[in-house]
Design a protein around this ligand. Structure first.
Ligand SMILES: NC(=O)c1ccc[n+]([C@@H]2O[C@H](COP(=O)([O-])OP(=O)(O)OC[C@H]3O[C@@H](n4cnc5c(N)ncnc54)[C@H](O)[C@@H]3O)[C@@H](O)[C@H]2O)c1
Length: 336
């Protein structure tokens, strides 16, 4: 296959591209190397990919007029995996414009490019934040999700809605994933595990929200990539061409479109995550307990039934394995 991965210098895009190259596929990776976090880390991820002759790097922004249309016209990918976005829940309170640019305009441009140059399967990254203030657990893809708590979540829900309309109008087989707190080697410096690791090693205190009682359905990166890879081979069928796979299937009645959670369905308390990190680092954290910040939710938990029905496998790496793997990478990358 020839695959276009947007956001290939990002945490997930890097790992997915690596996996596709290792399987022998040709990958074009688009990234703007935005400075939301350490650009050096993004360059290092891309340097690893660029060492492979089957990888083509393209530097540019999704919003650049004509960029995506011209790129698709040239490379004619079989599938597109759209991961590039302004990520992060809290930063969307500070700089919503970045989310409007990348997630709304950028995703719209991608849809227009795919409309002009059809692909076998379009896969898009959405988020568990799309469930907003839902408190019924686990979060099921069939739950109403119309009350986003942050502009990040709103921008991703808007992307899902835009993609559904293009899938309906132009028969584009589309899968939108809702990811649940992804972590692992080469992870994102703005996320809790990375921040805590840096601070604990520097002897600085860490801020623990909701007194440590917040829970997240942590998903190890290899499990996530495995799920994306399997779903890429399972594009949704057109309405009438194949029935739903079970009671929670979100296969649209009007488009070859479905939403799928990627998470393991086993939430972990933040304080238990920190305990595991202390064990992996071999040192203690100084914990400052803080209330939950605005826009954050108390608990996330993925329903795994749809993912299981579609690909026969769900994320299962426990934090007792995943956190030491992250720490081993962190220590070798930063020499810490
Ligand atoms: N990591 C998680 O836990 C998580 C959870 C839910 C959803 N997601 C979603 O998964 C996707 C990948 O997340 P990640 O953790 O790898 O984030 P990341 O920030 O590491 O990667 C995103 C990449 O997109 C690039 N980018 C941003 N705006 C761009 C633009 N306008 N044009 C071109 N490139 C641009 C950035 O430079 C970055 O390299 C994102 O869409 C994110 O919203 C991630």
């Amino acid at each position: 296959m020839r695959v276009l991965v947007t956001g290939s210098a990002g945490f997930i895009g890097y790992h997915l591209s690596r996996r596709l190259l290792d399987e022998g596929h040709a990958v074009t990776g688009l990234d703007a190397f935005s400075d939301y976090y350490d650009v050096g880390l993004k360059r290092a991820r891309h340097a690893d990919l660029e060492a492979d002759p089957a990888f083509e790097a393209v530097e540019g922004r999704l919003e650049s007029p004509g960029l995506l249309r011209d790129l698709l016209a040239r490379i004619r990918p079989d599938i597109v995996v759209h991961l590039a976005a302004q990520a992060g829940v809290r930063y969307s309170l500070e700089n919503p414009q970045a989310y409007a640019d990348s997630n709304l305009i950028g995703s719209f441009n991608l849809l227009e490019a795919v409309r002009a140059h059809p692909v076998r399967h379009l896969l898009l990254a959405s988020t568990s934040s799309a469930y907003g203030g839902n408190t019924a657990l686990p979060f099921r893809e069939t739950d109403r999700a119309v009350s986003p708590l942050t502009f990040y979540a709103a921008s991703k829900l808007a992307m899902e809605a835009m993609a559904h309309s293009y899938s309906h109008l132009f028969a584009i087989p589309t899968t939108a994933f809702r990811f649940f707190t992804v972590y692992g080697p080469w992870g994102r410096p703005d996320m809790a595990l990375f921040l805590f690791t840096r601070k604990i090693l520097a002897g600085e205190p860490i801020e623990v929200f909701a007194g440590g009682a917040a829970e997240r359905d942590f998903t190890y990166i290899d499990d996530l990539v495995d799920a994306i890879r399997r779903l890429a081979d399972a594009p949704p069928s057109a309405p009438g061409a194949g029935g739903p796979v079970g009671p929670f299937d979100t296969l649209s009645s009007s488009a070859p479109y479905r939403l799928v959670n990627i998470g393991g369905g086993r939430p972990v308390r933040l304080d238990a995550m920190i305990d595991a990190l202390e064990r992996a680092l071999g040192c203690r954290a100084q914990r400052i307990l803080k209330p939950l910040p605005p826009g954050d939710v108390a608990r996330t938990e993925a329903s795994t039934e749809l993912l299981q029905a579609l690909v026969g496998h769900v994320p299962e790496t426990p934090i007792e394995t995943g956190i030491p793997a992250f720490v081993a990478w962190y220590r070798s990358y930063y020499g810490a």
